[in-house]
Design a protein. Structure first.
Length: 646
């Protein structure tokens, strides 16, 4: 069973991360501190003569102590924190307050509200350059989108957070990101991938500094081994988790250790050990008041008794679990218990009771399907709202561009008026005619050059937008994907990943004048992967660059993609005569060449793509882009621009 958990860190990074961990009960890790400690934090917050940051740190800690047992009180304090931070113009604490409010909504299952507040926090952190905070929010957004059923989007958020934490070398943050990725693969029953990410997460933790977090991860790994039938390995990891949980007196962790062990021994048919551990689990869940965990443990006891032909015990345990599941509204667990009762009555040849519980099972199956449909409708409605927000932002961007064009027109009018006035002064100043004529000529040249560059910049941006998302390429990719899904699911999954990376690159870097060469090359690898799926052995790209080039130089985004697209568009290709594009370095410029294999029916060419590249580089450097045929090859030379810190 996977439970949502907000993971508390050390005071220095208090409230930084939100984690969903497998097999960890929320109550133990985030149980409120002593009432006296909470009262003292409240007194600090209410002490108006203390420094603002001292008061804000106190309310921050108080909110997280209240969040999981009295969320409404925590929401009230978070609202006070937000108003105070805005009044005192403290944007970092404004972002933290928004994060706290979002976390409270998440805890209460109000995912839409949580998503909105997390986004507000993210925008402020991006403006402040708070990368550590950005990673925490992105990780939280991954948890929300996962809860709403969009696992692909959740993976995207977690990978973005992982990229930032890797850049910051935050091993604890990286470990949390990897754990969240593992949980997604575990839900999909992709056990090998889940186990790989769990072990990567484990390698990021410091055995001494992060010892308190290790038993939960050990338990996750044990559950994966148990699910795959590797019981000896599962037992070893369970024992490691139990040893640490006992050392920390973590009864919640122990309750889930015992449940996992009991479930594993049920699968092995070892009734004695299964019953021993399940009873230990029941005792701890009862002490902790965890009705959900207690109902699950009784259900496993019922399944064990049924499989061992102890039918009286099976009926008693499953009825007890069913009653508790009904009290807490756990539909899935109700379904499992009704199925257990049906199977038990069928085995003891009592058809009337078996039929009754079979009908109950069918009713619950319908309820579960209805609940799933409601969640899906809620998710679709949420995504519709996000799309509307995106369209609104697009309209605002268009309005800003229109305002910019109007400003350019106004500037041209001002320049024309100035030139007219200059002509009048020139006519009246006969003695200074020659000097004024010289300055007029220079002013005219500068004006023409400025207008030319501005027009080139606007044309370049428009052309770039036209070429960023080629509809034919998208339609071809979706058509290929439709075929792949039927014949090769694993390859289709890789295809989706590369397609998502390509379009994410386009969206993230479309307005940037330059990107590091290594970033463009990473995008090209995904783009080439998609082309090679389409053309198979008829197309290839060979890249041969010095090791230091990708980290030393920058390039205009989508330059290489446009050149590869042109090569595919204008040249024929076959297995016997494949189209090979070579990318290498000549001095401080990038050379892209391919053998000219003209199509029998030439493709329509507007020349927009290549001219787009030439115009963009005219704004970036005095070194020109050269392109043309040399012998039987078509060669394009792109000037590279050195990165500032290289």
């Amino acid at each position: 069973m996977l439970l949502s958990v907000f993971f508390r860190k050390s005071p220095a990074i208090y409230g930084r991360h939100i984690r969903r961990m497998a097999g960890v009960l929320l109550l133990c890790l985030l149980a409120p501190g002593p009432g006296r400690a909470q009262d003292s934090l409240l007194l600090v917050w209410q002490h108006a003569e203390l420094h603002d940051t001292v008061r804000l740190k106190a309310i921050q800690k108080l909110i997280w102590k209240k969040m999981f047992n009295t969320p409404d009180t925590a929401r009230l304090y978070a609202g006070e924190e937000l108003a105070f931070a805005r009044q005192r113009q403290l944007p970092l604490y404004e972002a933290k307050a928004l994060y706290n409010i979002a976390a409270i909504h998440y805890q209460k299952g109000e995912f839409k509200q949580a998503y909105d507040f997390f986004q507000q926090s993210l925008h402020i952190r991006e403006r402040l350059g708070d990368q550590m905070g950005q990673a925490a929010v992105l990780d939280a957004l991954g948890l929300i989108t996962r809860a709403l059923g969009n696992q692909l989007k959740a993976l995207d958020f977690h990978f973005k957070a992982l990229e930032i934490n890797s850049r910051l070398r935050d091993s604890t943050g990286i470990a949390g990101n990897l754990n969240n990725l593992a949980n997604i693969y575990l839900e999909q029953k992709k056990y090998e991938a889940a186990l790989d990410y769990y072990h990567q997460s484990l390698n990021c933790y410091d055995p001494e500094r992060d010892k308190a977090q290790l038993p939960h991860l050990y338990n996750n790994i044990a559950n994966v081994y148990s699910a795959t039938g590797a019981f000896e390995q599962a037992l070893a990891w369970f024992e490691k988790s139990i040893a640490l949980n006992r050392a920390f007196d973590d009864r919640v962790g122990l309750s889930f250790n015992y449940t996992g062990l009991g479930k594993m021994f049920v699968a092995q048919g070892d009734r004695a050990r299964a019953e021993t551990y399940l009873r230990k689990s029941i005792e701890l869940h009862r002490e902790l008041g965890d009705q959900n965990g207690l109902a699950a443990a009784w259900h496993y006891m019922g399944e064990l008794a049924r499989d061992q032909s102890a039918f009286g015990d099976a009926l008693r345990y499953c009825r007890r679990s069913l009653q508790m599941a009904r009290e807490i509204g756990a539909l899935s667990l109700q379904f499992d218990n009704c199925a257990c009762l049906y199977e038990t009555y069928k085995k003891i040849n009592r058809p009337a009771e078996a039929l009754f519980w079979h009908e109950q099972t069918q009713l619950l199956a319908d309820s579960l399907n209805l609940e799933e449909a409601r969640r899906e409708l809620a998710r679709l409605g949420w995504e519709k709202e996000l799309l509307a927000d995106s369209l609104k932002r697009a309209v605002q961007t268009q309005q800003m561009q229109e305002a910019h064009r109007r400003e350019l027109t106004r500037k041209n009018q001002v320049v024309n008026i100035a030139l007219g006035a200059g002509g009048l002064v020139l006519a009246l100043s006969l003695l200074l005619w020659g000097r004024v004529l010289f300055f007029q000529k220079r002013a005219t040249e500068l004006q023409l050059r400025t207008e030319q560059l501005e027009k080139q910049h606007l044309i370049s941006q428009i052309d770039l937008l036209r070429t960023q998302v080629n509809p034919h390429f998208l339609f071809n990719s979706l058509s290929i994907l439709s075929s792949l899904v039927r014949v090769d699911p694993e390859l289709s999954e890789r295809f989706i990943d590369r397609l998502a990376r390509s379009y994410r690159y386009i969206l993230e870097h479309r307005e940037e004048p330059l990107v590091p060469l290594r970033v463009e090359l990473a995008f090209v690898q995904s783009y080439v992967f998609l082309l090679k799926i389409r053309f198979e052995h008829k197309f290839d790209v060979q890249i041969d660059l010095p090791d230091h080039f990708p980290e030393t130089y920058a390039i205009a985004p989508l330059t290489l993609q446009l050149l590869l697209e042109n090569a595919v568009k204008h040249n024929r290709m076959s297995v016997r005569e494949p189209l090979v594009v070579h990318i290498n370095a000549t001095g401080d410029q990038l050379t892209v060449r391919n053998r000219m294999q003209r199509r029998n029916t030439p493709a329509d060419s507007t020349g927009v793509g290549l001219q787009n590249i030439i115009n963009r580089y005219a704004l970036l450097t005095d070194r020109p882009v050269t392109a043309g045929a040399h012998g039987d090859h078509f060669i394009v030379n792109i000037p590279l621009i050195k990165l500032p810190d290289a």
